[in-house]
Design a protein around this ligand. Structure first.
Ligand SMILES: CC(C)(COP(=O)(O)OP(=O)(O)OC[C@H]1O[C@@H](n2cnc3c(N)ncnc32)[C@H](O)[C@@H]1OP(=O)(O)O)[C@@H](O)C(=O)NCCC(=O)NCCS
Length: 156
């Protein structure tokens, strides 16, 4: 496994770069519950430009996020990334740990000169993204089997 990206050798939490399959133990129960494991595969998961972050408590994976180089025509910036698969295991939700992994991802993207990060946010996650200074663009839309979403973005 890669080195801890957090500057916190004393904390119980660490963040590491992981591969796409390593996200499944969180992607599956939290984002694709009751669906086949194949539903955990995202387009572009294994592109060289894609970054998967894993948040660990001791050695247990408890949170994930994926950042994919992908342009959305709502934005004019040339260097855009999409945030997908943001999830924290249920028993660890509501402890601000989502912020930790999101901030780390944004900081990695900034170093790659990415100008804007955007996501299709589930309605239940709107407040989480708003607290992290993401703004809504456009109207809500439905994604089959998952529900209402909003496109949200943040300039880096
Ligand atoms: C969205 C998510 C990544 C946020 O991460 P987090 O670390 O839980 O974020 P926070 O600690 O800031 O809290 C999130 C919410 O949980 C609430 N909460 C508080 N205590 C809680 C508890 N014991 N258990 C669960 N949620 C709790 C908070 O009030 C907050 O609600 P709000 O965002 O509506 O204001 C995480 O909750 C999650 O994985 N949700 C399910 C998957 C999902 O929807 N992902 C986003 C896809 S776009």
């Amino acid at each position: 496994m890669s080195e801890n990206l957090l500057n916190n050798t004393n904390s119980e939490y660490s963040i590491n770069i992981i591969n796409s399959k390593e996200t499944y133990p969180v992607r599956h129960p939290i984002l694709r519950a009751g669906k086949p494991i194949e539903s955990c595969v995202f387009d572009g998961d294994d592109f060289e430009t894609t970054i998967h972050l894993g948040l660990f408590s001791k050695n247990k994976l408890i949170g994930i996020s994926t950042f994919l180089e992908k342009n959305n025509s709502s934005f004019s910036e040339t260097k855009q990334y999409q945030l997908r698969g943001m999830a924290i295991l249920k028993e660890f939700q509501g402890k601000n740990l989502g912020n930790l992994i999101l901030k780390e991802g944004e900081s990695l993207l900034k170093k790659k000169d990415v100008e804007i990060v955007w996501c299709n946010a589930r309605e239940v996650a709107l407040n989480f993204y708003k607290r992290n200074n993401y703004k809504i663009i456009g109207n809500s839309f439905n994604i089959k089997d998952i529900g209402l979403h909003y496109t949200m973005f943040k300039m880096l």
